[in-house]
Design a protein around this ligand. Structure first.
Ligand code: AP5
Length: 226
């Protein structure tokens, strides 16, 4: 049985870090809308240039744009065995569009995990984050450094600081999360899909909590998760 999951949480909660780990464990793709938009920016596409305008000031890109990207991504073959969405949906409009897209594909959403982390900790994490330019793996200069300075452990790519990880933009991103995205917690709680998970602690401990809460669907553990 495929496992269709969403990972939520404020900026810096550890969504990207854990989405990569969950994807390896569950053998499904981790789909980050932030990474997809940054890749478009690296390729110099019109979409990437448009999106950068919003991302650099911590605003959300328009719903219509991001919805069309996700609709196309879900139709790729690797999603037929499940997926982990990281950073989508971020508004009620996006969540409703996701419902419609899944319905058209004959799929449903199984669980939504929300990582909870206090604001002072997310600010500390974001201000020290460095991200691989090639594979997007996140590190932290103090909390999670790579073995070799400024070099990705996984692919050897160069680590860099994201343009939106500067303090003034971090504040704007947290405000946008509280205003536009946090209401989705109730949206999914009402449907019995939400699991709130403590995002503090060692990577392996957070991963174990996520696996425990997200891989049991209607009392069953799908094959991908066993
Ligand atoms: P996006 O890239 O999705 O950014 P975000 O949601 O703000 O989340 P982050 O990537 O900053 O944090 P994270 O939770 O993934 O944390 P991470 O694992 O890296 O979006 C960027 C922008 O794109 C948006 O602002 C918007 O403009 C646009 N966008 C994207 N999706 C959109 C959508 N659907 N609609 C509209 N616009 C959209 O960890 C952070 C740091 O903490 C790292 O350094 C890591 O090493 C460290 N860390 C992680 N876990 C731990 C731990 N347990 N203990 C200690 N340190 C840890």
């Amino acid at each position: 049985m495929p496992l269709n999951l969403i990972l939520m949480g404020p900026p810096g909660a550890g969504k990207g870090t854990q989405a990569h780990r969950l994807a390896q464990r569950l053998h499904v793709p981790a789909i980050s809308t932030g990474d997809m938009l940054r890749d478009e920016g690296k390729q110099g596409s019109a979409l990437g240039r448009d999106a950068k305008h919003y991302m650099d000031r911590g605003a959300l890109v328009p719903d219509a744009l991001i919805i069309s990207i996700i609709e196309a991504r879900l139709q790729r073959e690797d999603c037929s065995h499940g997926f982990i969405l990281d950073g989508f949906p971020r508004t009620v409009v996006q969540a409703e569009a996701l419902d419609r897209a899944l319905h058209r594909l004959g799929w449903s959403l199984h669980r939504v995990g929300s990582l909870t982390v206090p604001t002072d900790e997310v600010v500390r994490r974001l201000s020290g984050r460095r991200t691989c330019r090639d594979c997007s793996t996140p590190y932290h200069v103090a909390l999670d450094p790579p073995a070799k300075r400024d070099t990705c452990d996984i692919c050897g790519g160069t680590l860099q600081q994201r343009a939106d990880d500067h303090e003034s933009v971090i504040t704007a991103r947290l405000e946008v999360y509280a205003r536009d995205t946090a209401p989705l917690l109730d949206f999914y709680r009402r449907r019995g899909l939400l699991a709130e998970i403590d995002g503090l602690g060692k990577h392996d401990d957070v991963l174990a909590s996520l696996l425990a809460h997200l891989t049991v669907v209607n009392g069953d553990r799908p094959a991908a998760a066993s």
